[in-house]
Write a protein that binds this ligand. Sequence first.
Ligand code: SF4
Ligand code: SF4
Ligand code: FES
Length: 257
Amino acid sequence: MIRITINGKVTQASEGETLLKVIRREGIDIPALCHHEAVEPYGACRLCMVEITKEEWNGWSKYVTSCLYPVEPGLIVKTHSTKVIEMRKTIVDLYLARHPNCAEIQQLADEYGVTKTSYQTVVDGDNCILCGICTRICDEMGFHAISMVGRGHGKVVAPPLDEAPANCTGCLACAQNCPTHFIEFEDKGNSRTIWGKKFEMITCEKCGKTTITKEFADYLAEHRELPREYFNICDECHRRSTALDMGRIASWSKEVK
Ligand code: SF4
Ligand code: SF4
Ligand code: FES
């Protein structure tokens, strides 16, 4: 175990843990827009920046992105020092200029008292904050269907050649985990459209509800070693039938006693 001090309180951490993980475990709220538990840290937003020092550093301190920085014995961390708040304000200010209509950015701006951006506003700024969570999740699942393309202000998330991505299974993991709800998709009848690709959804054989795409069911059947037919029934109906079976077993065991 490693002992570190966060905002004056001594706490313990395990080797290899990141500062952000420990900070959050301590119930301290710091913004971390590009962080997602399911994927490797990326260090893009810089909002999770904290100030660190050690007793032997003789008053010298530095600023690190806590989502990337591994804990070290004797670290003294300040999550809301004057300088840290100042740095976060500058980042929020920049985000506000680039994404003036993004609710999540406006919320951060309110929190940090940035009432108006001091930079030139991008009039047609969209709500993609380029956190890379969508592309990393898609990669993590092994699909590699979308990626960051372009540079600077022209940087966007897109499928290869901006065409319907062949590898996309329509799983929705990208859209459901996008912190700004930027990724659009449409579920209509038994079809789903995302990234310009149309999918047929499975209809539950028991209740008639649409569940997941056929492509995603194929993927799950292969990777979770479940029979493909398992996905012809929705989770709810699977649970209901398990509960019924358990009930039958319970009453049968009473009868035979
Ligand atoms: S689309 Fe969403 S998840 Fe993907 S980079 Fe943009 S904001 Fe992040
Ligand atoms: S919906 Fe497509 S692009 Fe999005 S995570 Fe799933 S496979 Fe990737
Ligand atoms: S959460 Fe650490 S840089 Fe974005």
